[in-house]
Design a protein around this ligand. Sequence first.
Ligand code: ADP
Length: 163
Amino acid sequence: MGKKFIRALFPGSFDPITNGHLDVINRGIKLFDELIIAVGRSPIKNPLFTPEERVEMIAELVADIPGVSVESFDGLTVKYAAKKKADVILRGLRSLTDIHYELKLAMTNRSVAGIETVFVMTSEQYGFTSSTLIREVATLGGDVSNLIPKTIYNRLQQRLKKS
Ligand code: ADP
């Protein structure tokens, strides 16, 4: 029996993308044939970058990873997954708190659209990394350079200088 081609969708806000997200992407692409990073356009609290900027920044970072692409989407994740013919949704896990939230989300997505969610655990060093905290800490002048790629750090510094 031939191996099935598996396409995964990795949805999120990615404002901004962190080393934790990249860790999930690098682990995820080993499990699938194709991985589409899907930047949600739905509004989030205190956004730093527009969805277009987020896509552009991610595209630069994943350009050299075969099988990985990035785009933005509106509306329901499961509808977008169906549109892209994704077989599974990929999500990352850091903690028990993530598990509580992600379990509900995955069950809802499975019950409304029949799509499975596959989880990967982050590396220990990124277990505390979140885009929300990075936005807050960076806005208040904290050093987040260990938690995000250099290119993203530079963009963040530029953005904060302007505001
Ligand atoms: P959302 O707003 O949909 O949670 P995020 O961009 O914050 O979007 O996260 C997208 C996915 O990446 C989620 O599954 C989240 O649990 C996961 N994730 C975020 N940060 C990390 C990290 N440091 N390690 C592993 N997974 C992470």
